[in-house]
Write a protein that binds this ligand. Structure first.
Ligand code: KIV
Ligand code: ZN
Length: 519
């Protein structure tokens, strides 16, 4: 199976990525991200962990029903209940996959308290059970890179004999290094009977910053599936970033002659969307998708770029979906110009959606001279909905050099206007205190993050606010040229989302909360 030069891209943004504390996505957001992944050519989408919660089960089932081309995979621990539940969710897909795993390293074996022989039997039984339900079964020895070599070979052989079609070798704690990563896959393929009949996958975490290098090295060693997430989202330092491995394989095809099915021009859009819905902003200097990845500030660099762009660029911005010649819109631009511009950016909006964006665009253009692509993206993705219980009607903040600052606010709560005045240590604190006075709640602020969408003092600020209430987490976002207004709207947006979650009583899940004792 390593003969082919095609590398399958397995995206786990919706499972391993969403597992990252605070990155919880709503049902609709998961469907939207899955559709974008499918459209960009991802081969396998790991859509969730169906046993973990009702919400996860529903999202995986719905994604399975809607998937066009991608294989839809769900995660299951090594027990029949998990595997059955996983199958119930993925079976709707044209191409379903069950992914079952167990921790095989000494530290992980201690969790379910199984000795080596008992675990070997468990692997045989659960992979056989999964394979009786589904033709496409992936098996992972969690913490493979810290598992004894002989035991790793033994368990991989059992899984292959029991019918696994993909063997994933996770570097669960981001411990391996490129030479070792290539060597491990190569030796497994050379040693384990039946290895030639399955696909080997690599699943790297980024604790030492080597996830991309380790994944590419694993491919050199014979792996033909890379597991990754958009923006490298994931627990701790995250997973391998999809955009990095895909662009590395494309740009350095001369020394890594492998192909993927990914339409790289869709990278930027999905990266921004994942950053928005997860509330995990992309660092400015992040490879491929960072704001500065294609920015050339210094005189020497700009001079070189004008003469020949290859002086300082190894890939074209267009290749990752950044439009090279972005002409801004202004307050005289009409609906047709807006539609054309959004079309160029890859948005195909229905008439009513375009009308909503047009109203927001006019409002912004009145306050901001030039409206750039990034501004428009922020407008398209403004996520307050007509059904929201809480809405900001007006806000006036008085700031003095000595403080305290005062916020006068009118908010609509379930259709009725409520007015208050509150003070605080700074304009944002005063504003949040006003929201709390109007709508008292026990939710705790976990994260408050501001970033400028474009340059200039009239730039829009995007604000992310993450709130937690009894284990439920919600992230709210908003953009405005006024940072305090954007903060108020993002805070209210997060509260609205928490209210929806409270009503649906759909707690976000944490895989650590799902006990291995159930195995
Ligand atoms: O990192 C890991 O080991 C995992 C497994 C569940 C594959 O995410
Ligand atoms: Zn992982």
């Amino acid at each position: 199976m390593t003969k082919s030069n095609q590398v399958l891209i397995f995206d786990t943004t919706l499972r391993d990525g969403e597992q990252s504390p605070g990155a919880t996505m709503t049902h609709d957001e998961k469907l939207e991200i899955a559709e974008l992944l499918d459209d960009m050519g991802v081969d396998i989408i790991e859509a969730g962990f169906p046993i973990a919660s009702e919400g996860d089960f529903n999202a995986v089932s719905e994604i399975a029903k809607r998937a066009k081309t991608a294989t839809i995979c769900g995660l299951a621990r090594a027990n029949y209940k998990d595997i059955d539940r996983c199958w119930e969710a993925v079976k709707h897909a044209k191409s379903p996959r069950i992914h079952t795993f167990i921790g095989t390293s000494p530290l992980h074996r201690a969790i379910p308290n199984l000795d080596m022989d008992q675990m070997a039997e468990r692997i045989h039984d659960t992979v056989t059970h999964a394979r009786n339900l589904c033709d496409n079964v992936q098996w992972s020895p969690m913490d493979a890179t810290r598992t004894e070599w002989d035991y790793l070979c033994r368990t991989v052989e059992i899984a292959i004999k029991a019918g696994a079609t993909t063997i994933n070798i996770p570097d669960t704690v981001g411990y391996t290094a490129p030479v070792e990563s290539a060597d491990l896959i190569r030796r497994l393929i050379d040693t384990v009977p039946g290895a030639d009949n399955v696909i080997f996958a690599t699943h790297c975490h980024n604790d030492l910053g080597m996830a991309t290098a380790n994944s590419l090295a694993a491919v050199a060693g014979g792996a033909r599936q890379i597991e990754c997430t958009i923006n490298g989202l994931g627990e701790r330092a995250g997973n391998t970033a999809l955009e990095e491995v895909v662009m590395a394989l494309k740009v350095r095809h001369d020394i890594m002659p492998y192909t993927t099915r990914i339409d790289t021009r869709k990278i930027m859009n999905i990266s921004r969307r994942v950053a928005t819905v997860s509330g995990f902003a992309v660092q400015f200097n992040k490879a491929i998708v960072g704001k500065n990845a294609f920015a050339h500030e210094s005189g020497i660099h700009q001079d070189g770029m004008l003469k020949n762009r290859e002086t300082f660029e190894v890939m074209k911005p267009e290749d990752v979906g950044l439009s090279g010649t972005s002409l801004p819109l202004g307050k005289h631009s009409g609906r047709a110009a807006l539609r054309a511009k959004l079309g160029e950016m890859g948005f195909d909006l229905a008439d009513n959606q375009l009308n909503d964006v047009f109203v927001r665009f006019k409002d912004l253009a009145d306050r901001k001279k030039e409206v750039f692509d990034d501004d428009l993206m922020a407008l398209v993705y403004q996520n307050d909905s007509g059904d929201d219980r809480l809405k900001l009607k007006s806000l006036r903040v008085v700031c003095g050099t000595t403080g305290p600052q005062t916020a006068d606010m009118v908010m609509e709560v379930d259709g009725a206007d409520v007015e208050t005045s509150a003070t605080g240590d700074g304009p944002v604190d005063a504003t949040f205190n006003a929201v709390k006075a109007i709508f008292p709640h026990g939710a705790r602020l976990q994260l408050y993050q501001v970033s400028a969408v474009t340059e200039g003092t009239d730039a829009q600020a995007t604000v992310s606010v993450r709130m937690e209430e009894e284990g439920r987490i919600a992230t709210g976002q908003s953009a405005d040229t006024d940072t305090v207004v954007a903060s108020a709207k993002a805070y209210i947006n997060a509260l609205n989302r928490l209210l929806v979650r409270r009503e649906q009583s759909e707690p976000g899940y944490d895989v650590k909360g799902v006990s291995y004792k159930d195995i």
